[in-house]
Write a protein that binds this ligand. Structure first.
Ligand SMILES: [Zn+2]
Length: 218
């Protein structure tokens, strides 16, 4: 319980602190200077009660590659595997069926949040939050949703195993963009439209994404 509250508060502070120096990048971006940046990403596949993996490793690769393509083309951000691109956990997970929005927020304080924090990639940014990787957990069910992100509150997002191939593999890109501070768009062609295969980011969206604490120059 306390772990979730502390982690969330720290992440909000980290996000705010990291956005300030990022304004230089934003200003440079609007002046046409957009150096390559990078974001560390890992996908973690859970096992069900019977010990069966919710998806084979290969099922993740098209979504990872699509996220790489979109982030590079739309924001000049390289998505780099955080150590290992895909990990399947050894033990059955206590957080197979989860919720989104308020439910996810509550669960972040509880077993699910504790479990996700324990298994998230921790290559960088442990304390400052700067450059902290984003971890995508492949779960069995998210109530009424295919994927979920608590935005800057957590370093993890969730997606349903069955949704991996949907919408031309764009769901990982969509949820990771939420984790980098983007919210929904009403434009169907946009990556942040809630459904469908949209993959476009507008310059101001790219600026927000590039300015996330998960995205770094080095
Ligand atoms: Zn969304």
């Amino acid at each position: 319980m306390l772990g979730g509250a502390v982690a969330q508060s720290l992440n909000v502070l980290r996000e705010a602190a990291n956005r300030v120096p990022g304004l230089v990048d934003t200003a440079a971006g609007f002046a046409g200077v957009r150096p390559y940046k990078k974001l560390l990403l890992r996908v973690v596949i859970l096992r069900d009660e019977e010990g069966k993996a919710l998806a084979p490793d290969e099922a993740v690769i098209p979504s990872f590659l699509e996220a790489q393509r979109i982030f590079m083309e739309q924001a000049r951000v390289r998505l780099i595997p955080a150590g290992t691109m895909v990990v399947t956990l050894d033990e059955p997970a206590p957080a197979l069926d989860v919720h989104c929005d308020d439910g996810a927020w509550q669960e972040d304080f509880d077993t699910a949040g504790e479990f996700f924090r324990r298994h998230e990639a921790r290559d960088r940014g442990r304390i400052s939050g700067y450059g902290a990787p984003v971890t995508v957990f492949v779960v069995r069910d998210i109530s009424n949703k295919g994927g979920c992100s608590l935005g800057p509150l957590t370093n993890y997002v969730t997606i349903e195993a069955r949704m991996l191939p949907r919408a031309r593999y764009r769901l990982i890109a969509h949820e990771v963009a939420h984790a980098c501070g983007l919210w929904h768009s009403k434009d169907k062609a946009n990556l942040m439209y809630p459904k469908g295969p949209g993959d476009i980011l507008l310059p101001w969206q790219a600026a927000i994404l590039r300015n996330s604490r998960h995205v770094t120059l080095l």
